[in-house]
Write a protein that binds this ligand. Structure first.
Ligand code: IPM
Ligand code: MN
Length: 349
């Protein structure tokens, strides 16, 4: 098998702790396959910003482009003003590397408790994936303020939706729906209020849908979607939505599927023109950093997504199965970060 040349951005807080377990599992699943995993560490995040004022230097971005994939832990710290690292590192990475598919699966594994009443979860279970657009919407930073600090201040954040950007993510969502047993795609938007963008998304789903006649489609306004996510999550198979709606509903999705400690994600460029980046949905959790108590499962599942993206389907499935087996017998006893990584890795050897 080909070697894996990884860029690793461990980041802040619990980032380095969970990334270490992700790499441990990656080593374990590839051991004996002849694959050499090499990882190059890049220090980006609060520490670097505090020391040098740098966020994402051009030279680092250029180097990142040369790797097969990026594994990211978490970025953020209370010592840095809100928005600096988001607008300076995470979003520039997603934009510059054109990660237009932000893939966020929500799956309730056996043995994992959902905060939803059991009858809400059964009989269909929770097993859907959100295809969140990753490069447009209100995230583009197309906004400004007028008369700041006065009683007449006006602040705008313009949501940018291009036909090109919407079409490519919608096509990807259809392809993913087509490949799943249920073949069902729900567009989540708010076309009754956001009429311009909403109609672009709707029309695009209708038009691209003609290429996928065996995928059934549905539409839900985002507010209604939040209701169904907690009252009837079994109805969802693949959801496609814009960047901001996707941000919000994937936190709900993580919560109903056992919590943010289990939620994995991929920032994917399906064209392969630049490396995709895999990261747990959770943040840097500075309150528990350095204690060895963070759950590395979301990072380990992100490693499974990374393997899948690199076409290493078998290894991806083995990692997911090892995590599922670990979750099934986890119980309520607290385990350390490294104990969970060790247990998953042991199942792979
Ligand atoms: C996420 C995060 C980011 C986002 C922030 C940190 C910029 O909330 O990955 O969901 O809004 O996308
Ligand atoms: Mn988020």
């Amino acid at each position: 098998a080909a070697d894996i040349d990884l860029a690793v951005i461990a980041g802040d807080g619990i980032g380095p702790e969970v990334v270490a377990e992700g790499l441990k599992v990656l080593e374990a699943v590839t051991a004996g396959s002849g694959t050499k995993v090499s990882s190059t560490a890049y220090d980006l995040g609060a520490t670097r910003w505090n020391a040098t004022g740098e966020t994402l230097p051009h030279s680092v971005l250029d180097e990142l482009r040369g790797h097969d994939a990026i594994l990211l832990g978490a970025i953020g710290d209370p010592s840095v003003p809100s928005g600096v690292l988001e607008r300076g590192i995470l979003l520039p990475l997603r934009f510059a590397l054109d990660h237009f598919v932000n893939l966020r699966p929500a799956k309730l594994y056996p043995g994992v408790e959902s905060p939803l009443a059991i009858e809400r979860v059964a009989p269909d279970g929770i097993d859907f994936v959100v295809v969140r657009e990753g490069t447009e919407g209100p995230y583009v930073g197309n906004g400004g303020s007028l008369r700041a600090g006065t009683p007449h201040e006006i602040a705008t954040e313009v949501s940018v939706n291009t036909r090109f950007g919407v079409e490519r993510v919608v096509r990807e969502a259809f392809a993913r729906a087509q490949a799943r047993p249920r073949r069902h795609l729900t567009l989540v938007h708010k076309h009754n209020v956001l009429t311009h963008a909403g109609h672009l998304w709707r029309r695009t789903v209708d038009e691209v849908g003609a290429e996928f006649p065996d995928v059934e489609t549905a539409y839900q306004h985002v507010d209604a979607a939040t209701i169904f996510l907690v009252t009837d999550p079994g109805r969802f198979d693949v959801i496609v939505t814009d960047n901001l709606f996707g941000d919000i509903i994937t936190d709900i999705a993580a919560a109903i599927a056992g919590g943010i400690g289990l939620a994995a994600s991929g920032n994917i460029n399906p064209t392969g023109e630049s490396p995709s980046m895999f990261e747990p949905v959770h943040g840097s959790a500075p309150d528990i950093a350095g204690q060895g108590v963070a759950d590395p499962t979301a990072t380990i599942l992100s490693v499974a997504m990374l393997l899948e993206h690199l076409g290493r389907t078998d290894e991806a499935a083995r990692v997911e199965a090892a995590v599922a087996a670990d979750l099934a017998q986890r119980g309520s006893a607290a385990r350390t970060t490294s104990a969970i990584g060790d247990a998953v890795a042991a199942r792979l050897s």
